[in-house]
Design a protein around this ligand. Sequence first.
Ligand code: PEP
Length: 248
Amino acid sequence: SGGRRSLIIANWKLNGGIDLMCTSIATLVGKEFDTDIAVCPPYIYIRDMLSLLHHSEVQIGSQNVSKFESGAYTGETSAEMLKKVGCSLCLIGHSERRQMFRENNISCNIKVKNALIHGLVPVLCIGENAEEKEAGITKDIIFRQIDEGLKEIQDYEGDVCIAYEPVWAIGSGKSADPELAQEVHQFIRKCLKEKYGAGFAQKNRILYGGSVSRKNACELLEKPDIDGLLVGGASLDPEHFLQICTQC
Ligand code: PEP
């Protein structure tokens, strides 16, 4: 799509353990992919996964990152730490974090900048909830999430990634219709263009997330503005995730 290499990310959330780590590694290592592949396990597994994935193309990302650089912030993990250990990217502002951990566009913006400063690709998650969709304000919500979440990043180098994840589609089994998803992705690209120019909008990837499975992955990836997928539930089955990564 637009010459951008697709990116498929597994988001394990608060799931899995040593078993899932080992079976995922065994399933993914030694395979060749036409797309970029990343796994975001719970923090505790990041280091082991990175060493077991040595020499593999599979990247590791975190599910969150601290707003802070260092100091008295119990329980936090900084962008610098994640980068130094070998992570490539970090999810920022996942809807579960917005809903349950008080993340908002302002905290997301700080995290996006922290990621960029330290050379991690921020994957900013955005999307409307069911009421907002019902009220017909999807585009207003998304415009705001981009405008505020990506505020004043023009002086930072590095790629940025957007994950469009309609909240009603996450974990519900009700994926967005590919046509509808494409329409929103096209709108997101327009927002990126208006904010930071055509080059920025052209090079940066926009992923779709929300009940992605082997059944709908290819149809979504065929759309011109869908540059990859963020996969939750289906990524907890390594064979299923592998199929999503290789079948299209
Ligand atoms: C997610 O939470 O990032 C997600 C896409 O979940 P699921 O695939 O389970 O809908």
